[in-house]
Design a protein around this ligand. Structure first.
Ligand SMILES: Nc1ncnc2c1ncn2[C@@H]1O[C@H](COP(=O)(O)OP(=O)(O)O)[C@@H](O)[C@H]1O
Ligand SMILES: [Mg+2]
Length: 396
């Protein structure tokens, strides 16, 4: 297998994930699900493999909707995906053409479009399209929407947050009305950053009600080493021994994307794969000014994620980059000496009441920055990101 960081992995080349995928199928028997993780852990790879290997009685439609920025566009894309899925039989094409024209839809140059103003709204179109699809065949249907949070963020910007709330509400009601329908929402941005109301616990009418949230973890250690070994072989770096493959897996926290990156760099630089060359490649990736692994992203997204809490989050991560694990009291004490609050919210977080700080740290856990270790102390979720953070602060 060739190193292919960030590319599409064919289902046969997907390493590991058997147990997780079995768990996802079992969950889908019962309910819809939300697939979350830090970016690059392998959500898309898993979703595509599930589509490719679905049982014959299941209809699994995978859609990457990251480019969608209007609710109507989502419905158009769905119609398009259903068309591809149903295939070119006369019955199927006739069914879709009939549905689409009943909704006032058009076909322009092979692309299905909803009219901008006249005709039923995207809500009616979504409701009818899915409802009729499920009724007409009775086949159990799983719709996988990859990068949904990203699409929702764009829809919120172009059409406003109420449209996003309407969309999620309609999807919830469709899930609840049609027993044969399962939705899978996948994406790296937590939906709590998209729909403000979801951020506070206890939000009534949660659009995710009844959905099971499952986190995609790094690969299991033996699978990560297996992936590294397969890539080393595939790149003709076969001299590498098992210790080198294990070293790659360990140094990048068993995250498949970085395993591909390390082997790709070894191959590009025509270096012999040894633990020492692997360590050198990772050290270079963490400090290179071009930031080849795009690690700066973990810092630069903070403003957008946390807004007027961002300066506090940065300070907390700076503190933990220096010393970890630390419990809430230690974090609070260190914040008080090391951090100058720059707004009222930051001042509240530093106050005597620990609840606001505890909630913020919980949110950082939800966003995969932090882990709570036994005994109640916090640490970086991924050592690789902590290493980058230390380099960025000039500590290493
Ligand atoms: N199970 C796996 N086996 C082999 N390579 C993988 C696996 N999962 C992910 N990858 C690699 O990691 C990259 C990122 O994975 P991806 O599924 O796109 O992550 P996410 O969708 O969570 O951001 C892929 O392009 C591929 O190179
Ligand atoms: Mg993805």
């Amino acid at each position: 297998m060739k190193a292919n960081p960030g590319g599409i992995v064919s289902p046969a080349d997907v390493v590991g994930r058997e147990r997780l995928i079995a768990q996802l199928w079992a969950t889908l028997e019962r309910q819809s699900l939300v697939l979350v993780s830090e970016r690059r852990l392998g959500k898309t790879t898993i979703a595509r493999k599930m589509q490719a290997e679905a049982a014959p009685d299941l209809r699994v439609i995978y859609m990457d909707i990251g480019a969608v920025s209007r609710a109507a566009e989502l419905v158009e894309r769905l119609a398009q995906a259903i068309r591809v899925h149903l295939g070119a039989t006369k019955k199927a094409t006739g069914w879709l053409a009939e549905q689409w024209s009943a909704l006032g839809g058009l076909e322009v140059g092979g692309i299905l479009r909803l009219p901008e103003s006249k005709g039923p709204s995207w809500k009616v179109a979504l409701d009818r399209l899915l409802g009729d699809l499920l009724h007409s065949t009775g086949q159990r249907t799983i719709l996988i929407w990859d990068e949904l949070p990203w699409a929702l963020q764009k829809i919120a910007r172009t059409e406003g947050e109420p449209v996003v709330v309407d969309l999620l509400d309609l999807l919830r009601s469709l899930r609840q009305t049609h027993p044969g329908l399962r939705l899978v929402y996948a994406g790296s941005i937590g939906l709590h950053h998209v729909v403000t109301g979801l951020r506070d616990e206890g939000y009534v009418n949660s659009p995710l009600e009844g959905m099971c949230v499952i986190e995609v973890p790094p690969l299991e250690r033996s699978d990560a080493a297996g992936l590294a070994a397969a890539l080393l072989r595939g790149e003709g770096l076969a001299a590498a021994d098992a210790a080198t493959a294990a070293c790659i897996a360990d140094l990048v926290d068993a995250i498949p994307f970085y395993i591909h990156q390390v082997v790709a760099a070894l191959a590009d630089q025509r270096r012999t794969a040894t633990p020492a060359t692997v360590a050198a490649i990772i050290a270079a990736a963490l400090t290179a000014p071009e930031d080849p692994w795009d690690l700066h992203h973990f810092r630069s997204r903070l403003n957008e994620y946390y807004q007027n809490e961002a300066s506090t989050v940065r300070a907390l991560l700076d503190i933990l980059a220096e010393t970890q694990p630390l419990d809430l009291n230690d974090l609070h004490a260190r914040l008080q000496t090391a951090f100058r609050p720059d707004n009222d919210r930051a001042r509240t977080l530093l106050g005597a009441d620990r609840a606001p700080l505890r909630n913020l740290v919980r949110l950082m856990q939800r966003d995969h920055y932090l882990d709570l270790v036994p005994g109640g102390a916090y640490r970086f979720r991924f050592d690789l990101i902590r290493r980058w953070w230390r380099c960025d602060l000039g500590l290493d």
